[in-house]
Design a protein around this ligand. Structure first.
Ligand SMILES: Cc1ncc(COP(=O)(O)O)c(C=O)c1O
Length: 393
């Protein structure tokens, strides 16, 4: 790529997105307020899932949802907590045609004191606002939205599983809702939040490792693109690659990038390697947030925990397949894992790369670090005391 073009990309990154893409009109949009919430309780509550049966991810929904409508002319309407229901959309709605759509994913946990708490929801609000500005969807007050979400979870708190292996998944969404086929900023939008009780990613205390297909012909995100935003358009095209991974005997995709085959992410998770680096120092490394990596909440939490322990080097830096191959050859790799809201931490035991099946010795090494992270996260999430990462509902 020409140096001038690269220079432009980096210059864009240094400016706040709202300035560049949306102009001063952005600031004309009003905010909605949690104090204006309208509450309509359902008259037909659904049957809750049987706690003795496994809960499939994202298939059971609670009784209520949050809904806020926005138009360019009137700004945000009053937020509503209403019975869970289908949306009515114009067939030309921009969210359906051009991926003017963004989403978030976070979890609420029930402690043994029966108190429900949300895990680091402030980080999700930050990321959601960034995504909204990137898509020229309306901005909002993060504090007010979080309070509306807290109230929604409170209304449906009986749906939060009472089980230290399960939780309530919270899915906020914004879609462009303009009934027009023009590719332009949307003059209408819908913000809604739905909730799903979800079961454990791994049954019991065991952690099951996954195998990864690393094929550099498939690219998830690129410099100057939107891989570091949580927008729906990033995900649809990955389904085919996930199917390809399955056909080739793997469970997930290891997304590579660039001529040096950088390891970037695993499926919909951030990636970590715990190894002795080339300089002989034991370290935990994950790719830096250089524009192609989603800033994961669990990624940040693992970095924060490991830095607090101060027992090994914790670093954010580019990682290449060449470095990994050399480290495997020299027996320096301890654990490779993904991190994300769904599983928290997920071990990797095999990578299929350029026709070779690379064995990753994560499971032989305990996996000590993975178990430690899982234990520490669980203590925070299901703990009964106050913790700065938890927002009581
Ligand atoms: C591409 C991608 N990377 C990483 C993550 C992990 O992010 P988080 O830890 O916030 O769930 C996700 C999940 O949201 C994702 O979709």
């Amino acid at each position: 790529m020409a140096a001038a073009a690269l220079g432009q990309i980096w210059a864009r990154k240094l400016l706040p997105v709202s300035w560049l893409l949306c102009g001063p009109r952005r600031y004309a949009s009003s905010n909605f307020k949690a104090a204006d919430l309208q509450l309509e309780i359902t008259r037909e509550p659904h049957e809750k899932p049987d706690p003795s049966k496994p809960l499939a991810f994202g298939k059971n929904f609670t009784d209520h949802m949050l809904m806020v409508e926005w138009t360019e002319k009137k700004g945000w309407g009053r937020p509503r907590i209403q019975p869970f229901q289908n949306l009515m959309l114009h067939p030309a709605c921009s969210g359906l045609h051009y991926s003017l759509q963004l989403f978030e994913g976070m979890k609420a946990f029930k402690g043994s004191d029966q108190q429900v708490r949300l895990f680091r929801p402030w980080l999700n609000m930050d990321r959601m606002l960034r995504s909204a500005l990137r898509l020229c969807l309306p901005s909002f007050d993060k504090v007010e939205l979080l309070e509306c979400i807290r109230r929604l979870v409170e209304v449906d708190k009986d749906w939060v599983p009472d089980d230290t292996n399960a939780s309530l998944y919270v899915r906020p969404v914004i879609i462009g809702n303009e009934p027009s086929l023009g590719v332009a900023r949307s003059s209408q939008a819908l913000l809604f939040v739905i909730l799903c009780p979800v079961g454990p990613y791994f049954p019991g205390d065991a952690v099951d490792p996954v195998s990864l297909l690393a094929d550099p012909t498939f690219i998830r995100a690129w410099v100057g693109g939107v891989g570091d935003y949580k927008v729906g358009g990033n995900y649809g095209p990955t389904v085919l690659v996930q199917e390809e991974a399955k056909k080739r005997g793997c469970e997930q995709v290891l997304w590579l990038y660039g001529p040096d085959h950088q390891l970037t992410e695993v499926g919909t998770m951030n990636i970590f390697i715990y190894w002795t680096y080339e300089d002989g120092v034991l370290e935990l490394v994950t790719p830096s947030l250089d524009g192609i990596i989603l800033p994961g909440v669990v990624r940040q939490s693992l970095l924060d925990l490991a830095r607090t322990w101060g027992e090994f080097r914790v670093v954010e830096r580019k990682i290449t397949m060449k470095e990994l191959l050399r480290a495997l050859d020299e027996g320096r790799v301890r654990e490779v894992f993904g991190s994300g809201t769904a599983c928290q931490v997920c071990p990797v035991h095999r990578i299929v790369y350029q026709g070779k099946h690379l064995h990753i010795p994560t499971m032989e090494n305990g996996p000590e670090l993975i178990h430690r992270f899982l234990k520490e996260l669980r203590a925070i999430q299901y703990g009964t005391g106050t913790h700065e990462w938890m927002l009581p509902v």
